[in-house]
Structure formats: C-alpha cells, structure tokens
Design a protein around this ligand. Structure first.
Ligand code: ADP
Length: 177
C-alpha cells in the first residue's frame, strides 16, 4: 500500500511530458514572424499531430494549439487559392495584423484553425489527475506549463506507454486499472 501511495504522489506531469531532457526541444510555431516556407519545412521535418503556438520563441507563452492536418490543408489552400502567396509570405495566428512593409507579400491568416483554449496542466499536476481528465474529456493531448511558460506536451499515447511501464513495475497497482 505504501508503494502505491508513493507512486500516486510522485508521478507528476513533468515525469511523463515530452520532450525528455535528451530530446530535441518542443516544436512550436510563433503567432507571427514565421514564413510559409518555414512552417512547411517544420511540417515536412516532423510527424507530430499538432503544434503549440506561442507568442514568441523567447517568451514561450502559450497562445493555442494547431492540428497538423488543419495546418497542411490551410497552407495548401492558401498556396492554391490566395492571390500573391509565396514562400516568403508571413503566417499569422494573431488577432490583429502586425505592421508590415507595403512591399511584403500577402500574409496567410490562420487564427481560425487555432484552438485558443487547449487543455493545460502544470509540471506539478499528479498524473492520476491528468489520466482522469484525459478519460473524462476524451483528450488527445494536453500541454504542460510552468510559470506561464510552455514546457511540454503529453499525448494519449504517452500516457498509455507510461501506464504500461508502471504496470510492469508494479503489477498490483490499482491506480490505472
Ligand atoms: P502520438 O503520441 O499519438 O504518437 P504525436 O505523433 O503527436 O502523437 O507525438 C509523438 C511524440 O512526440 C509524443 O511522445 C509526443 O509527446 C511528442 N510530441 C507531440 N507533439 C510535439 C511537438 N510539437 N514537439 C515535440 N514533441 C511533440
């Protein structure tokens, strides 16, 4: 029983979230300042189902979450149907357009595909609670924040892997059964 108690209190969101210390950093988009080409490259270079959108690389303040498939479709549409869109066009998730040079190519505005209220927990949130929320809300992923800064992501598969690991280590655990 004691072991279970300990486990219950010690596994926190920070223990399950990605990236791990040795992983490359979280792949994020900034709400402005990225070009069509940069976002297309990020899509080509990764297989993630979605990307957090932050105010800036420096602040890492979360603005929302965008699904990979929505991003792919919107970029294809913009390339095909929006006049003047080129590789150097800006991608904007902002509410208001930032000032731009009159000679700049038209921006691609993507706020409409942004989930502005993605589910978030803190690094200290016990996994017991995270699992419960995933089940009750049917989540696919949630974001992990500390002091207003985005630190990581937990997907449903990350949780399933974690549960399998815990089951191996502690077959009597009732917590995730
Ligand atoms: P799944 O976990 O279902 O395979 P993904 O393909 O989105 O879903 O994620 C694969 C792994 O990469 C997971 O461990 C997840 O935590 C992590 N991950 C998901 N999105 C990102 C991202 N934008 N940047 C870095 N890692 C991510």
């Amino acid at each position: 029983l004691e072991a279970k108690e300990e486990f219950r209190h010690k596994t926190l969101a920070t223990d399950v979230m990605r990236p791990r210390r040795s992983d490359p950093p979280l792949s994020v988009l900034t709400q402005s300042g990225m070009t069509v080409e940069e976002v297309e490259r990020l899509i080509a270079d990764t297989t993630y189902s979605g990307f957090p959108v932050v105010i800036s690389e420096q602040s890492q303040r979360l603005v929302g979450f965008v699904l990979r498939r929505d991003l792919v479709i919107s970029l294809e549409n913009a390339r095909r149907n929006q006049e003047g869109v080129v590789s150097m066009s800006s991608i904007l998730f902002t509410e208001c357009d930032p000032p731009m040079s009159p000679s700049a190519p038209p921006a691609v505005k993507l706020r409409s595909i942004l989930d502005l209220s993605p589910f978030t927990v803190t690094v200290h949130t016990p996994m017991e609670i995270v699992v419960d929320i995933f089940r009750k809300l049917g989540l696919r992923q949630c974001l992990v924040i500390q002091n207003g800064r985005l630190l990581g992501i937990i997907t449903k598969k990350d949780i399933l892997k974690h549960m399998a690991q815990m089951a191996n280590r502690d077959p009597d655990s009732i917590l995730f059964n």
